[in-house]
Design a binder for this molecule. Structure first.
Ligand SMILES: Cc1cc2nc3c(=O)[nH]c(=O)nc-3n(C[C@H](O)[C@H](O)[C@H](O)COP(=O)(O)OP(=O)(O)OC[C@H]3O[C@@H](n4cnc5c(N)ncnc54)[C@H](O)[C@@H]3O)c2cc1C
Length: 603
């Protein structure tokens, strides 16, 4: 489905406004907007109803207006769904319900939780209005839409509309190429849109303007220190390429503002990384996507959403000459001189996680990575003989509890973690990717909190859920150990040692004294935590120009890759804050430029 995103956005916005206006005019003419108490002979008790359902990030509240025979309007009111990820669901599902007078509406790909929340809340309103939910859930019989094959020709086709893909498209266009972007989900953005959007660079003009002194050497020292915290025999990072990346990152940081209309809100440090080298956007990674998307729309670059690339097309020499894709209308063949794989990592592919990172499969449900991160481009390239980087790893985002109410504690470094032996195992005030690795290296990790005032809110929020397999409770550390099924003597010793360290200001794991908070007021609560990923290190091997390589080191002609589809060489097992979005944008920018210049030179 070709989408002129801007136009469709306006049409949908207009439609939503129209529906809202209908609702408003009904409210005013009806004098009251509460349910009509009198029985009617129609399908519904006319009136305005509200209901709430759980979405991706919390409650989604919906207001539905009924007249006697129809659903007049559906308006999504309060919600905390992720901007950029859920926009299409919030726009499209209400419109489809009203247009079709139906609850048999397809969820929006990549925003299924938001879609389901809206549908569930509307269903609740239908029940309140006395409507027949079952009848509304029966899909109208429609004639199967005939599928058609279409073909397009361009210079560069980009697979994936996240950070890498939009940067590649903008850069290829800027360097004279005609470009098409294919995105399989309804919204652009991928993990880039979900990220904080902070990009690291050393020595940018934005740092200089603020008098911040920084150098690649300083970042490199930190990089080496972090990468040495696990997997000592790793072949990666390739530090020559890390240094090249750091130089290129500065140019990308400028280019994003100069060519893609991006803006930085501030340049700051974060957590245990005090050096101010993170260039923060106004809101989040969604701001980067929004600004790039608008720029590409203004340039007239064709972006096809809900169009999934399925296969790379080659000629009889094995050179890549295009992409095959599928969408609601049928098959789309894009003939192109160059193809850029920008389809992200594989944290959401059970098949690839089982193959490369089986130890993280059971925690895939709490991965923060975007739904589209299923490694499609990596698999497509592998079929053509692309070499894959050895020894993939996860990009760590700390840890997560499976109890949503406990998520507020995930970023609190004053808390302490113990393992299945009842022992602490690290300074909890460490970089979150290091924490993920340490948590993953234990069989079971618990966070232990006490009943002091600081924890009262969170304890109140879980009390109704007890007993619960994820939470252990004890009046004393001995009782807590029994509930956790960890060795009692070990846990008591751990807690006593910790509390003595808080009193003396000297922690056994050298945690900063400012981060030491005693755990000494029963009852005590321990809850299970699990490693949380936000992406993967791995993908296809590439040369210094982002061209995809075969096992023998030769390039697959006309095929490029970047972002999480080809990022292994920069890291061992620890993500560096601000480097992944930066790498997505930098690899996109440079692969797009190289592809366009090669075309211009007839290569
Ligand atoms: C919650 C979260 C927070 C993060 N915070 C930070 C941060 O602050 N700083 C940082 O540096 N990094 C951060 N990261 C990591 C970083 O965002 C990613 O590593 C990076 O943005 C990946 O970019 P990408 O372009 O490779 O992939 P993506 O941005 O995921 O884009 C890939 C796109 O390709 C699409 N696609 C996949 N398969 C196909 C197909 N077959 N056909 C068409 N389209 C397809 C996907 O739907 C997706 O839109 C974070 C990640 C997450 C999830």
């Amino acid at each position: 489905m070709k989408t002129n995103l801007k136009r469709v956005g306006f049409v949908l916005l207009g439609f939503v406004l129209m529906i809202s206006l209908v609702a408003c005019s009904k409210s005013t003419s009806d004098t009251n907007t509460t349910p009509d108490e009198t029985e009617t002979s129609g399908k519904y008790k006319a009136g305005t109803y509200t209901a709430t359902s759980k979405g991706n990030n919390g409650d989604v509240t919906v207001e539905v207006v009924f007249d006697e025979n129809s659903i007049v309007s559906v308006t999504v009111k309060d919600n905390s769904e992720t901007k950029g990820l859920s926009d299409k669901a919030l726009e499209r599902i209400p419109v489809q319900i009203v247009e079709g007078q139906t609850l048999a509406v397809d969820v929006v790909s990549g925003a299924s939780n938001s879609s389901k929340a809206i549908l569930a809340a509307v269903e609740d309103c239908v029940k309140q209005a006395g409507g027949d939910v079952d009848a509304l859930k029966v899909a109208a019989v429609t004639e199967d839409k005939p599928q058609k094959d279409s073909e397009l020709t361009t210079d560069v086709v980009v697979i994936g509309g996240g950070g890498t893909g939009l940067a590649a498209a903008g850069s290829a266009f800027e360097n004279g190429a005609k470009v098409i972007v294919l995105e399989k989900l309804a919204n652009l953005g991928g993990s880039t849109a979900l990220s904080g959007g902070a990009i690291a660079a050393t020595g940018s003009r934005f740092q200089k303007e603020q008098g911040i002194e920084d150098s690649p050497e300083s970042w490199l020292t930190l990089w080496k220190e972090r990468q040495s915290t696990s997997n000592p025999d790793s072949k990666y990072p390739d530090y020559d390429r890390v240094l090249t990346f750091m130089d290129d990152a500065v140019d990308t940081t400028h280019w994003l503002v100069d060519s893609m209309n991006h803006k930085y809100k501030s340049v700051e440090g974060f957590g245990v990384d005090p050096v101010a080298r993170l260039h923060f956007p106004e809101v989040s990674g969604a701001s980067i996507i929004e600004n790039m998307q608008k720029t590409l729309n203004d340039k007239g670059i064709d972006i096809f959403t809900e169009t999934k690339a399925t296969e790379l097309i080659t000629d009889d020499k094995g050179d890549v000459i295009g992409v095959k894709a599928e969408n609601a209308e049928g098959t789309l063949i894009v003939h192109a001189k160059k193809v850029i794989i920008a389809s992200g990592g594989f944290a959401k592919s059970e098949e690839l996680m089982k193959r490369f990172l089986p130890e993280f499969v059971e925690d895939m449900d709490i991965s923060a990575a975007a739904a589209g991160s299923t490694g499609d481009g990596i698999v497509m390239a592998e079929k053509l003989g692309a070499a894959l980087y050895e020894d993939p790893w996860i990009i760590g985002l700390g840890f997560a509890s499976r109890i949503p109410e406990l998520r507020v504690l995930e970023w609190d470094p004053t808390k302490i973690l113990v393992n299945e032996k009842g022992e602490r195992f690290m300074n909890e005030n460490s970089h979150y990717a290091v924490v993920t690795n340490k948590v993953a290296s234990n069989e079971q990790v618990w966070m232990v909190i006490d009943s002091s005032e600081a924890n009262s809110e969170v304890i109140k929020s879980i009390e109704g859920q007890l007993p619960n397999d994820e939470i252990a409770v004890g009046q004393t550390f001995e009782q807590l150990a029994a509930a956790m099924q960890v060795p009692e003597a070990a846990l008591v010793k751990t807690m006593d040692t910790f509390n003595a360290g808080v009193a003396s200001g000297k922690d056994a794991f050298k945690k900063d004294a400012k981060m030491l908070v005693a755990v000494n007021k029963g009852p005590y609560y321990a809850f299970k935590i699990n490693p949380r990923t936000m992406g993967t290190f791995g993908g296809v091997k590439i040369d210094e120009n982002y061209r995809v390589l075969k096992e023998d080191g030769s390039v697959i002609n006309n095929l490029y890759a970047g972002g999480e589809a080809a990022n292994r060489y920069l890291y061992n097992q620890v993500y560096m804050t601000g480097s992944a979005v930066q790498y997505a944008l930098t690899s996109g920018r440079l692969s797009g430029a190289h592809a366009a210049k090669a075309i211009a030179e007839g290569k």
